[in-house]
Ligand binder design. Structure first.
Ligand SMILES: [Fe+2]
Length: 200
């Protein structure tokens, strides 16, 4: 198998593992389930992997601890962690700071698009990627039009509007409805998560 074909198969395995983890965490009905169904349809609409040079970012220094925290986390998360490890060296991590966000995030936060604009595989129908946040760091309030489903891969807290913080735990689901203000924060371990957004 060529290197590209092997990576394509690793990417498909990641998407299958993500789908399995989302299904395990989802309620049977309601807006998160409807969001997942939009995501599930849109996930099929992607290009094969594109040949871009990988790129690291300062916050990637927390990846090893994030993987270590997933040791023994059960079959679904073990599958997902293995799938992430297989594609991670090919990802382009970004330390770019979104408009209005504080400059300390350059050192303490990074994200990588896996499927979506500029990602490992291009898509106009979804954005699926990874976030990593250094320990004891707040990622302040932000908002964006598309709805968003996260799978938490670590401890860490999420918040919507001025609601209380919630701690979904490893394998837990966070559903952000269209356009809602949301934030996240890490405790004494890095926060590691997968986000997936079906685009309208
Ligand atoms: Fe978000």
């Amino acid at each position: 198998m060529s290197k590209t074909a092997a990576l394509e198969s690793d990417l498909q395995e990641f998407l299958d593992a993500l789908r399995e983890s989302l299904l395990a965490a989802l309620p049977d009905a309601g807006p998160p389930r409807a969001g997942f169904e939009r995501l599930d349809r849109n996930m099929l609409d992607r290009a094969l992997i594109s040949d871009r040079p990988p790129q690291s970012a300062p916050a990637c220094r927390h990846l090893a601890d994030s993987y270590a925290a997933l040791d023994g986390a059960g079959p679904l998360l073990t599958r997902l962690a293995q799938a992430i490890k297989a594609i991670e060296p090919s990802l382009r991590w970004s330390d770019a700071i979104a408009p209005g966000q504080p400059s300390f995030l350059k050192e303490t936060y990074a994200e990588a698009m896996i499927v979506g604009a500029g990602g490992l595989a291009e898509s106009k129908a979804v954005e699926i990627g990874l976030s990593i946040l250094a320990p004891n760091t707040d990622y302040p309030n932000h908002r964006h039009p598309p709805e968003e489903l996260y799978i938490a891969l670590s401890e860490g807290d999420w918040r919507q509007n001025a609601d209380p913080w919630v701690t979904p735990g490893k394998g837990g689901l966070i559903y952000n409805p269209f356009g809602i203000t949301h934030a996240m924060r890490s405790g004494d371990k890095p926060l590691f998560a997968i986000w997936s957004l079906p685009l309208p």
